[in-house]
Write a protein that binds this ligand. Structure first.
Ligand SMILES: [Mn+2]
Length: 334
C-alpha cells in the first residue's frame, strides 16, 4: 500500500481513506440533552476531529495499525445537533427545577416525558447506525456527546456479539436508576445496560471516585460489575505495588471481546478541565497508555468503543480527546 496516498490534512488523523476501504468507522454523535452540571460536549466531535490532524502516527502501541483505514463519518450529525438544540432548553429547565428541590408541575412532567422519548429516539438512531457499521464487518468507534450515547451503541453490539465485556473508564459508576427523572441520563447509562442486555458478561470500571450509596451497594451485590475505585488503586500504589501489577489485574479480568466506554472525566482534571462533571484525582494519560499497551499484547479483541463527555468548548480538552481517540483506534485496529 502506498501510504503517502492516504495522507491528507482533511481526514481524521490527517488520513484520507474513504469509507469502503476503512476498517474503523469513527461515528460523530453530537448529542447532549441530560448533562446536569456544565454543558459543551455537543461541540466535541467537531473539535476533536480538527485536533486529530496534529497527531503524528508513530505510536507505542502500534505504529502501523492506522493503515487498515480510519474514516470519520459525520453524515448523521445534523439529526443529533438538531434534537439536542431543540430540546436542551426544556431539559435544562427541568434539571434546574429539580436541583432546587422543587417538584415538577404537570406541564414540566409532560416535558420530561417528551424528553425521555427523544432520548429513546436518539438511542434507536445510534443503534441503527452502529449496526450498519457492524454489518459491513467494520469496527465502530463512537465519538460523543454525553455518556448516554453508549446505550444505543451497546444495543447494536449485543445484536452481533453473544458475549462481551465492557471496560469503562470513568470518574462515576453511571449506575443510577434514573437520574432527576431522566430514564436515559448520562448518570444511568451502565444501570440501563446491565438491566437490559444479558450478552454483557461483565463491566469493569476504573477510575471511579464520585458515587452514591445505592451505586456502591449495587456494585457490592453484583456478580457482573468489578470496580477499581480510584482510591483503591492509589492505596495499592502508595503501598509499593506497581501500576503494572494493577493494570495486569484489570486486563486479566477482561474477556475475549472487549467494548471500551471512555468517559474523559476518568482522567485527571488537568487533562479534561472543561468536562461536564470534573472530579479531582483520576487516572493519568500514562496509566491509560500503559493499560492499553498491556491489552494490545493479548489476543483479546476490542470490538468497539466510545469516547464521551469531552468538552467542545476548550481546545486543550479536544487535543487530549483526540489523543485518546487515536489510542482507542489503534487498539481496536491492531
Ligand atoms: Mn460517565
Amino acid at each position: 500500500m502506498n501510504n503517502i496516498d492516504n495522507i491528507s490534512k482533511y481526514g481524521v488523523f490527517g488520513l484520507s481513506y474513504d469509507k469502503s476501504e476503512s476498517s474503523l468507522i469513527l461515528l460523530s454523535i453530537p448529542f447532549e440533552l441530560t448533562t446536569t452540571f456544565r454543558e459543551g460536549t455537543l461541540y466535541a466531535p467537531h473539535k476533536i476531529k480538527d485536533a486529530s490532524s496534529q497527531i503524528d502516527l508513530m505510536n507505542n502501541l502500534d505504529s502501523y495499525a492506522w493503515q487498515k483505514g480510519i474514516y470519520w463519518d459525520n453524515s448523521n450529525e445534523y439529526f443529533f445537533l438538531n434534537i439536542s438544540k431543540s430540546y436542551r432548553p426544556s431539559a435544562k429547565k427541568i434539571i434546574d427545577f429539580l436541583e432546587n428541590n422543587q417538584l415538577l408541575n404537570d406541564e414540566l412532567k409532560n416535558e420530561q416525558y417528551i424528553i425521555n422519548n427523544v432520548c429513546e429516539k436518539a438511542s434507536n438512531e445510534i443503534s441503527k447506525l452502529v449496526f450498519q457499521i457492524l454489518q459491513n464487518d467494520k469496527i465502530p468507534g463512537v465519538i460523543g456527546g454525553e455518556h448516554s450515547i453508549t446505550y444505543g451503541v451497546i444495543d447494536a453490539i449485543q445484536n452481533v456479539y453473544d458475549d462481551f465485556c465492557i471496560l469503562q473508564i470513568d470518574a462515576h459508576h453511571d449506575l443510577r436508576n434514573t437520574y432527576l427523572g431522566f430514564t436515559y441520563s448520562h448518570a444511568s447509562v451502565m444501570y440501563n445496560i446491565l438491566n437490559k442486555y444479558d450478552n454483557v458478561n461483565k463491566i469493569v470500571q476504573i477510575g471511579v471516585r464520585d458515587y452514591c450509596e445505592a451505586e456502591k451497594n449495587l456494585v457490592a451485590e453484583s456478580d457482573n460489575i468489578v470496580t477499581f475505585y480510584n482510591f483503591d488503586i492509589n492505596v495499592q500504589l502508595f503501598n509499593g505495588k506497581s501500576f503494572h501489577d494493577i493494570a495486569k489485574q484489570i486486563v486479566d479480568l477482561l474477556t475475549d471481546n472487549i467494548y471500551i466506554s471512555f468517559d474523559i472525566d476518568g482522567l485527571q482534571p488537568y487533562l479534561c478541565p472543561e468536562t461536564g462533571t470534573p472530579v479531582p484525582g483520576g487516572l493519568s494519560y500514562e496509566q491509560i497508555e500503559y493499560l492499553f499497551y498491556l491489552i494490545s499484547k493479548t489476543n483479546k479483541k476490542v470490538i468497539g468503543f466510545d469516547l464521551c463527555e469531552v468538552s467542545g468548548l476548550s481546545e486543550w480538552d479536544a487535543i487530549v480527546g483526540s489523543r485518546i481517540m487515536y489510542l482507542l483506534s489503534i487498539l481496536a485496529l491492531r
